[in-house]
Design a protein around this ligand. Structure first.
Ligand SMILES: Cc1cc2nc3c(=O)[nH]c(=O)nc-3n(C[C@H](O)[C@H](O)[C@H](O)COP(=O)(O)OP(=O)(O)OC[C@H]3O[C@@H](n4cnc5c(N)ncnc54)[C@H](O)[C@@H]3O)c2cc1C
Length: 567
């Protein structure tokens, strides 16, 4: 898309950022200018579309939909409204709390299987609305904004230089909307401090079944594993959007968290990872968001990991537009109007939401209950609450209060409770002579399976590790032979994950690797493995070690000769 009203006279505004926030801010500025009969030119720098980088669906509550409508963003142009969410729930350990849906329901908009994620569809629709209101659209990707010669008379075209690939273009104002995780800092203006961020990883899980989450449900699973504070599962037709956040949330941790969700029944078995990558989420409010003629909007400015709705972003864009046009060059007045007045509640709630996360982690199994208590407290005193999980409530402040209390009670409980959770009474028993072989090398996998079968064992092979946790929990084998190098999660971490959970920790794990290095062997044993095998596996050594660990019965059917040999 290019064009719009072209150069025009009056104030020139650059909006940097190709997501929903950038396009919404461009539209809001133009609408506000038109309402006040101001002549204005807006250029929206969207950057080249990087389809693979945007995996997120758009989650739209009623307030969000009306905000989109007021900006002239036509949801019908997104063509697909995947589904109405029936349930929003929070899970901590084995406790689940269902949160009330707003009247009018929650929608997940997405078309990812056909190419575009919901966030992309929405940002395209928002850019189209901005274009129809007169914005010029550019696919350039600016890399810095400068203000040379402050204090002089306004140069033709504006005081600010927006630099793109070494070239510079003049503007009177600039709006930064480049999303969380791209540290612009002094490249936007000296002293700019945007939102702090927390590492995150996201993925699209593809299923063979429709409704892989049962009834369309958005789930937040808290502390699914060490280093991961939360895992979102969002239904999008035959895919599920999964997003893990926390100080140690990388792609491998996300995959482990998703495997654990399948093990615990929060997700159907039998999925593959169609796309995955690193991302970042805002975790609080930025410390300095304005300079004369410059404002930051959307997650680059503020947000918190418990909010996946768009209302906060859209409300912020409207407030930025008003403040910028009223106080273009008056820095203190712009800051007062946009940050201190416009964003005051949002800043507080972003910080409260960010502070609630570590308390929820400390709350352990009580964390889901904190959400329920915050809902019951119902103290949404402000006219605007950013809410949580795409919902208008509970407010982050109420959640922080409830999570603090849960965290303190849990800390006291931990002093009294045994460290290890007991095995659930209904846990399935280990199947004698059942072996799992996990190796992405087909030839090595088949050779090992054939050998074990020749010893009378029943063998199930896994070419992908993603089904392992669920399989071990439902049908515990006598032993698992686990390769170290796998596609998504290495065998050492998988071994740790198996040994951490009561349903799988009793299973014997034998780690094998072509890397016969002392530190790999040591790490395998530290991860809880019964033994380490260098690859290719020496059959007699395998039999000897399996027998020594009683992972192979002394007299399995058909195993007599081999075991006698090992003797
Ligand atoms: C898991 C999750 C968590 C969320 N958390 C929040 C939240 O805390 N608060 C909230 O309000 N909303 C949140 N949302 C909703 C939503 O993602 C965002 O609010 C909003 O849509 C994204 O804002 P954005 O457009 O600024 O960022 P993005 O969607 O990240 O878009 C930024 C765009 O700018 C482009 N870009 C980057 N650098 C440049 C450049 N130099 N020039 C041009 N373009 C550039 C990028 O390529 C990208 O297209 C969340 C959504 C999800 C799924």
């Amino acid at each position: 898309m290019s064009g719009g009203s072209g150069g025009g006279g009056g104030v020139r505004v650059a909006v940097l950022g190709g997501g929903v926030a950038g396009a919404a801010a461009a539209g809001a500025i133009l609408l506000h200018a038109r309402a006040h009969a101001r002549s204005l030119h807006v250029k929206l720098f969207r950057g080249r579309l990087e389809r693979s980088s945007s995996l997120a669906p758009a989650i739209l509550g009623p307030e969000c939909r009306s905000r989109l409508a007021s900006l002239g963003i036509d949801l019908r142009t997104t063509r697909r409204r995947v589904q109405d969410v029936r349930v929003v729930e929070v899970v901590s350990e084995r406790r689940t709390e269902v949160l009330p849906l707003p009247a009018g329901g929650l929608w997940v908009v997405d078309a990812w299987t056909a190419g575009a994620s919901g966030q992309e569809l929405l940002s395209d629709a928002a850019a189209q609305a901005a274009f129809l209101n007169g914005a010029e659209i550019s696919i350039a990707r600016p890399d810095r904004v400068e203000r040379p010669g402050a204090g002089q008379a306004r140069p033709a075209g504006g005081r600010l230089l927006v630099r793109v690939d070494g070239r510079a273009e003049r503007f009177d104002a600039a709006v930064l909307a480049t999303g969380a995780g791209d540290p612009w800092r002094d490249r936007f203006f000296p002293g700019f401090r945007g939102a702090p961020t927390v590492p995150a990883a996201h993925a699209r899980l593809r299923f063979r079944t429709l409704a892989p989450l049962g009834a369309p449900a958005i789930r937040l699973i808290l502390s699914p594993q060490p280093g991961v504070d939360g895992l979102y599962l969002v239904p999008c037709g035959i895919t599920v959007y999964a997003l893990a956040f926390g100080p140690g949330a990388g792609t491998a941790e996300l995959c482990q968290a998703v495997m654990a969700a399948a093990r615990d029944g929060h997700l159907a078995d039998g999925f593959e990872i169609a796309a995955a990558g690193a991302t970042a989420l805002p975790s609080g409010a930025g410390a300095r968001l304005t300079a004369p003629g410059q404002v930051a909007v959307g997650p680059v400015a503020l947000g918190h990991p418990l909010q996946i709705g768009l209302s906060q972003t859209l409300a912020g864009c409207t407030r930025a537009a008003t403040a910028l046009l009223e106080h273009l060059e008056d820095g203190p007045a712009l800051d007062r109007r946009y940050v201190r007045d416009g964003l005051r509640e949002m800043v507080r709630e972003a910080n409260e939401g960010a502070r609630a996360v570590p308390w929820l982690v400390r709350s352990g199994r009580r964390a889901a209950g904190a959400f329920a208590r915050a809902v019951r407290a119902g103290n949404i005193l402000s006219s605007f609450s950013s809410g949580v999980l795409g919902l208008p409530g509970p407010s982050p402040g109420a959640l922080l209060e409830a999570a603090r209390w849960s965290g303190i009670v849990s800390a006291l409980e931990r002093l009294l409770r045994p460290a290890l959770e007991p095995l659930p009474p209904s846990a399935p028993v280990v199947e004698p002579d059942l072996y799992y072989v996990v190796d992405d090398d087909g030839a090595a996998r088949d050779a090992l399976a054939q050998f074990l079968e020749s010893q009378g064992a029943q063998v199930v092979t896994f070419s992908s590790e993603l089904a392992l946790f669920a399989a071990v929990a439902r049908r515990p084998p006598t032993a698992i032979l686990l390769d170290v190098v796998l596609q998504w999660v290495d065998g050492l971490r998988l071994c740790e994950g198996l040994k951490r959970h009561p349903l799988t920790r009793g299973c014997r794990v034998f780690v094998m690797s072509g890397l016969d290095l002392p530190h790999v062997r040591e790490r395998a044993l530290r991860a809880g493995a019964e033994a380490f095998f260098p690859k290719p596996i020496e059959p007699q050594l395998l039999l000897q070690i399996l027998a020594a660990h009683r992972a192979l019965r002394a007299d399995p059917p058909g195993a007599g000769a081999a075991l006698n040999h090992v003797g």
